[in-house]
Design a protein around this ligand. Structure first.
Ligand code: ADP
Ligand code: SF4
Length: 689
């Protein structure tokens, strides 16, 4: 360690009977892999340990079939047969001298048990958390006794598997013990309901059971929500949450504290700054003498040191920063701070998890495919031959491609039509709340400064003749896409919206380019259903326009549920007085009004509009790649061997896809053909009949 500014972060710390080598604590977090993508999961955790995290945790590890999240894969300890996967994960983590933590979990009212068909369990009969017409069965005393037994057996199995830390989970609205603690969900009149002491009884009993079962060998951690934002029924750091911490202060060996639900804990950067949880969690260390871990999307080692010095936490918890950069601790240790790939807080990682697919990340394209594609966040295969690659366009796809090829050792020339790198991100980072997204460019810009074999040329809009003269053997076209102005999208897939070709109709790109939007009422038509419609509306509201959002869906920004932004978007729009008209298509645009059509009844209404902004879909810029394909033989004659398009100019989508495409081109470039039919390894279920 060259830089003792951060030496505090590398001091060991006792946690009950075990000791962590440093203060980098990779907290439990879902991966969408669980027992289904078992090989991928083992490798995923191993790489975190390799990257220097002192503690590496599992995702939720379900203790019983009455807690079944199918179709979102988690870990599982339902019987002896489940120990093996955990043991292999523990062994992989231990190879790198990290501690292995297992988050035992029972999801209570948050598990629909779609595979096992068990009744969801709860303190009372209460509705299931997600979408679905389920409710819980109220647990009787036998159920409570059984639950304690399941938890104890699972703790013992976790210890057998090699866990150093075993969790008692009471957070995110995803835990049966939190449902018991809640005044909103617990309506019991026995000794497990009513007073706080009664509602906290099950949590306390399970903590004691776990200590008794494994406490001689494993540290017992509690993961506890100190603020659940449940309005009048809230368990808050101001009152009952504090009382619980006081009540149980010295019982666990570690307090891992955060806020609920998941959308508040994994707060998107559009709505939450780094360190946003501290105001809720900072009391905990004053109440307990046990080590405390807290999260808050921390990527700055200065902020980390300050948190520990100020006595807010002892250990820096991280899920997303460890996803964006599994090697964050080792980069801090090696004083390699400029190379930290900082999380941008976009929550693309949560989207795949919620959709039951292996995790992915905008910043780190290797995440989730460490095993299946054999991609590593830091180590890249060296070049095979001397080759020069021309990359046209420096948006996320072109940038990632150029940086990865450059790191592999190839000569790379990047041609950019504009005067800055970054493509769409350079514009989007200026939209309300999206400034952290600029880290996509900042990280790669720094990488370029370290790569003398990558040259970048600005003001260079290349055409066919220019490309022939460059002298590269390979051409990658990454010219991106533009938001449509004609309104075509999901609701209007074939024909443009009638009346679109008028001066007061704009695209999302026009707004990002600061087009002069007329005064008066503005309609933003969102047929994209992610973030663009609402951020454009926010931007227009900020310059004094009277904005109304219109969407054909039953709600605005449906897909943002998967990035945990949905509720925050609705709240922000309400705060800014931006009304939303749902289930309406844009049928026609006149000079001062639009005609909206109800998507189910066909009924029409007129709404005043001095301007219309389309946030419907993007049109790929295929002009260059089409031209090059048409002149393939001419290009071959001047020594150009391959021409390929990547990113949004192939199929527009979220930034994560463009970055993945860039990485994929660069990883597969010039590699010997493998015998495998597929570019990735498949997880295979073992057949038992
Ligand atoms: P992606 O997300 O696929 O990376 P972007 O739209 O973000 O796509 O970026 C595309 C980049 O390509 C933009 O910066 C644009 O200026 C640049 N570009 C488009 N056409 C050309 C061209 N013919 N020559 C050089 N650069 C181009
Ligand atoms: Fe951070 Fe976005 Fe990556 Fe998630 S997907 S870890 S929020 S950069």
């Amino acid at each position: 360690m060259n830089n003792n500014r951060y030496s505090l972060l590398f001091e060991p710390l006792k946690i009950g009977p075990v000791e962590t080598k440093n203060r980098f604590y990779n907290v439990p977090h879902a991966t969408g892999m669980g027992y289904v993508y078992a090989n991928a999961n083992i490798r995923y955790r191993e790489i975190k340990a390799e990257g220097g995290w002192g503690v590496v945790s599992t995702e939720e590890c379900m203790i019983h079939p009455s807690s079944d999240h199918t179709s979102s894969p988690c870990m599982r300890l339902w019987d002896e047969g489940d120990i093996d996967l955990l043991k292999r994960t523990a062994d992989a983590v231990h190879k790198h001298n990290a501690l292995f933590a297992v988050e035992l979990a029972h999801s209570g009212k948050s598990a629909a048990n779609r595979m096992t068909r068990e009744y969801p369990l709860g303190p009372s009969v209460i509705p299931y958390t997600g979408y679905g017409p389920y409710s819980t069965r109220a647990m009787d005393k036998t159920d409570i006794k059984n639950f304690r037994t399941w938890h104890k057996i699972a703790a013992t199995r976790a210890m057998q598997a090699g866990a150093d830390i075993v969790y008692v989970y009471c957070g995110h609205e995803l835990s049966l013990m939190q449902h018991f603690l809640s005044r909103k969900y617990n309506r019991r009149s026995d000794e497990y309901g009513g007073s706080l002491e009664n509602r906290a009884r099950l949590l306390k009993e399970v903590l004691m059971d776990t200590k008794e079962a494994v406490g001689h060998k494993c540290a017992v951690a509690i993961r506890f929500s100190v603020e659940d934002f449940n309005g009048e029924f809230s368990i808050s750091s101001q009152d009952e949450a504090r009382d619980v911490v006081e009540m149980l202060a010295e019982l666990p060996d570690l307090w891992d504290v955060n806020v609920s639900d998941w959308s508040n804990d994994s707060g998107p950067s559009r709505f939450f700054n780094e360190g946003y949880q501290t105001e809720y969690t900072n009391f905990v260390k004053q109440v307990t003498s046990k080590p405390v871990v807290g999260v808050g999307r921390y990527t700055s080692p200065d902020a980390m040191v300050s948190l520990i010095k100020k006595g807010v936490v002892d250990l820096i918890g991280a899920a997303r920063p460890s996803i964006a950069d599994p090697f964050l601790p080792s980069k801090v240790q090696n004083d390699d701070l400029d190379n930290i790939r900082e999380c941008i807080g976009c929550n693309i990682c949560t989207s795949n998890v919620l959709l039951g697919a292996p995790i992915r990340c905008t910043q780190n394209p290797s995440i989730g495919v460490e095993w299946s594609r054999n991609w590593h966040p830091e180590k890249l295969p060296e070049k095979q031959t001397e080759q020069t690659v021309l990359v046209i366009g420096s948006g996320p796809a072109g940038l990632e491609c150029a940086v990865t090829l450059g790191k592999r050792g190839y000569q790379v020339i990047v041609a950019e039509a504009g005067t800055e790198i970054g493509g769409r991100v350079e514009k989007e980072r200026l939209l309300p709340g999206l400034s952290e997204w600029g880290r996509i460019i900042d990280y790669r810009q720094h990488q370029l400064t370290t790569l003398p074999n990558v040259d970048i040329y600005f003001d260079s809009r290349l055409g066919l003749e220019d490309i022939k003269e460059v002298g590269a053997q390979h051409v990658v076209v990454a010219t991106g896409a533009k938001w449509r102005r004609d309104g075509r999208g999901k609701a209007n897939p074939v024909n443009p919206v009638s009346g679109w070709d008028q001066d007061h109709v704009f695209s999302a790109d026009d707004v990002m380019d600061n087009a002069n939007i007329p005064e008066g009422p503005v309609i933003v038509f969102d047929d994209d259903h992610y973030y663009m419609g609402s951020v454009i509306a926010e931007k227009l509201a900020s310059i004094g326009r009277q904005v109304t959002l219109v969407t054909p869906n039953g709600e605005l920004a449906t897909w943002s549920k998967y990035t945990l932004e949905f509720g925050h978007i609705q709240k922000r729009l309400a705060e800014k007085n931006i009304p939303v008209i749902t289930t309406h298509n844009l049928a026609h645009i006149d000079s001062q009004q639009v005609t909206l059509q109800q998507v189910f009844s066909g009924e029409q209404q007129q709404v005043p509009a001095s301007a219309v902004v389309m946030a419907t879909s993007q049109k790929p810029d295929t002009e260059l790649i089409d031209t090059l394909k048409q002149h393939q033989s001419e290009l071959n004659d001047v020594g150009i061997e391959t021409i390929e398009a990547i990113g949004d100019c192939v199929a527009p989508g979220p930034i994560v896809q463009a970055i993945h495409d860039g990485r994929r081109y660069a990883m597969e470039f010039d590699t010997p053909d493998s015998d495998s039919e597929l570019p990735y390894k498949l997880e295979r279920t073992s057949i038992q009949i």
